[in-house]
Design a protein around this ligand. Structure first.
Ligand code: PBG
Length: 325
């Protein structure tokens, strides 16, 4: 006999399926990551991330217009300097690539687009690490002081959101104090609170030219071990206490359990970063004809949303917004 309880009643027509829909994706869920390289005359393709570019200032602004027209409310910027040094000084120079880029985007788009700036030194140091090296070790406290300087420079240039991705201890509090003491009390801090030491960042390091050239050969001393979950809760707790407005979890799809736990337990908005390796896997399989790119893109984004992220940083932001509008 057929059971009396039939789940299929609620799946039978497009109308009833729409009526029982629990989660909706909109372009306003997305934040588009963009790379901008100092001195570049024309945009350059990133090989391991088809469809992603290192931008010139002009092509960056074009891409911002495109995102904004599609209803994507925010971009997050990663800078690649012309010169790297041991202390990553281009990251916090007022004439650095990020302040230049923020000013230009704000001149062109003003209030129509929120500009977030990633704060880290790994793109700017000649050794490729997220903080200065002292005795060949990553120096937490020297890093934190420099992130504060960078955050203030980006805020002066007009950034709306500061997004520290370095994973040093205490940086959210120091950055918040730094911003507040310069009068930037309304600048939002979106903390990369739970950032795992992940091999899924591989293609990003091509795009951002942030591979290691000296010192430790991984980021295990500051990014999280993927065997841990309870540390993620502590990281979030600490960052909220220090003043984070939004907490981010990264990567996204392999870490849906973490997103779900954190969004269930804390009341701050949760963001998740669908990282370069997640993007590259979908692109590569699709280019081989093994997966349907459009369908997998939407399914993976919805899964991240369903797990509890209200914001998704994704290289698919414009492509997915095109599907949705
Ligand atoms: C910088 C930073 C990284 C990513 C975002 N910010 C790389 C890293 O920590 O090595 C990765 C993003 C991606 O893979 O798309 N610290």
């Amino acid at each position: 006999m057929y059971p009396k309880t039939r789940m299929r009643r609620l799946r039978a027509t497009p109308q009833i399926r729409d009526m029982v829909t629990e989660y909706i994706l909109t372009p306003s869920n997305f934040i588009l990551p963009l790379f901008v390289k100092d001195g570049l005359a024309e945009k350059a393709a990133v090989k391991s991330m088809p469809g992603v570019f290192q931008h010139s200032l002009d092509s960056l602004v074009e891409e911002c217009h495109r995102a904004s027209e599609l209803g994507v409310p925010a971009v997050i910027l990663f800078g690649i300097p012309q010169k790297k040094d041991a202390l990553g000084s281009e990251a916090y120079s007022p004439e650095g690539i990020i302040p230049k880029a923020v000013k230009k985007i704000k001149e062109e788009l003003g209030e129509r687009l929120l500009v977030a700036c990633d704060v880290c030194l790994c793109e700017y140091t000649d050794h490729g690490h997220c903080a200065p090296l002292v005795d060949n070790c990553i120096s937490n406290d020297e890093g934190v002081e420099l992130y504060k300087k960078a955050a203030v420079e980006y805020a002066k240039a007009g950034a709306d959101i500061i997004a520290p991705s370095d994973m040093m201890d205490g940086r959210i509090g120091v950055i918040r104090d730094g911003l507040d003491s310069e009068g930037f009390i309304d600048i939002i801090i979106m903390s990369y609170a739970v950032k795992y030491a992940s091999a899924f960042y591989g293609p990003f390091r091509d795009a951002a030219e942030s591979g290691f050239a000296a010192g430790p050969t991984d980021r295990m001393s500051h990014q999280m071990d993927y065997a841990n979950l309870s540390q993620a809760l502590r990281e979030v707790e600490l960052d909220i206490k220090e003043g984070a407005d939004i907490v981010m979890i990264k990567p996204a799809l392999p870490y849906l359990d973490v997103i779900s736990k954190i969004s269930g337990r804390f009341s701050v908005p949760v963001a998740a970063y669908q990282v370069s390796g997640e993007y590259a896997m979908i692109k590569a399989a699709s280019q081989n004809g093994w997966l349907d790119e459009r369908k997998i893109m939407m399914e993976s984004l919805m899964a991240i949303r369903r797990a509890g992220a209200t914001m998704i940083l994704t290289y698919f932001a414009c492509d997915a917004a095109e599907v949705l509008v």
